[in-house]
Design a protein around this ligand. Structure first.
Ligand code: DX5
Ligand code: ZN
Length: 217
């Protein structure tokens, strides 16, 4: 499968979000990556359902919603109603991950699980069959524009092996510090989805930057 690119709107211009969404629509981007932060699970607050609902109106591409919040089970149906297509919860925020995954499926969305840089991929061994997407954090979640953590490559290899052993269709998504410096190497290592925020929206020509990320640079 050719890899996918999901620009993170965390780095977009919040004073004119529609313009940046139009740009994503016009580009080769596959998904929107949407970072929801609660100021508790991570030391930052971003935005929630009203913003997602507002941008969903004109957007045609799937919404990949990354919840960096505690007790995500409380809001699963609300994020579905707001427009999420893939809903990612953090492993570290779920006491009953299996139950959370079933609830996401029942609500009609694809399931995602995010792993902090310190969390070994092996913790997902017994739920992998229920996970459509593993969002592997390559920075500590909470902020855009941080430097990529090199150990991510080892984790991709380990996760890929687990996926092949269990023969699941789980996608590997890399989130944090993705740029032209690591995109090709990440795809080569086994990444299926590249999230990029500041590299896309901080560039002079985001549509071209997305095209570059798609072509593997
Ligand atoms: C970090 C978020 C990322 C972030 C990536 O907590 O989950 O999705 O937007 O931003 P960059 O690409 O700037 O590292
Ligand atoms: Zn994210």
């Amino acid at each position: 499968m050719a890899h996918l690119v999901a620009p993170s709107i965390l780095a977009a211009n919040f004073a004119n979000l529609q313009a940046d969404c139009d740009l994503i629509e016009a580009s080769e981007a596959d998904w929107y990556h949407i970072d929801v932060m609660d100021g508790v699970f991570v030391p930052n607050i971003s935005f929630g359902m009203p913003i997602i609902k507002a941008i969903k109106k004109k957007s045609k591409k799937p919404f990949d919603v990354h919840l960096m919040i505690v007790e995500p089970d409380r809001y699963i149906k609300d994020f579905k109603a707001a427009g999420a297509d893939i809903l990612t919860v953090h492993y570290e925020a779920c006491n009953h991950l299996h139950r959370s995954l079933q609830a996401i499926k029942e609500a009609g969305m694809k399931t995602g699980v995010a792993l902090n840089p310190h969390t070994p991929v092996q913790v997902l061994k017994d739920t992998l069959a229920d996970i459509d997407l593993v969002c592997m954090m390559s920075v500590n979640p909470g902020f855009g524009g941080q430097s990529f953590i090199e150990n991510t490559y080892n984790k991709i290899g380990e996760l890929k092996e687990m996926i092949e052993r269990q023969n699941t269709k789980t996608l590997i998504e890399i989130d944090g510090g993705v740029s032209d410096k690591n995109a090709a190497k990440l795809v080569h290592a086994g990444a299926d989805v590249l999230v990029a925020g500041s590299f896309v929206f901080g560039s002079d020509d985001p549509v071209k930057t997305i095209a570059d990320l798609k072509s593997g640079i």
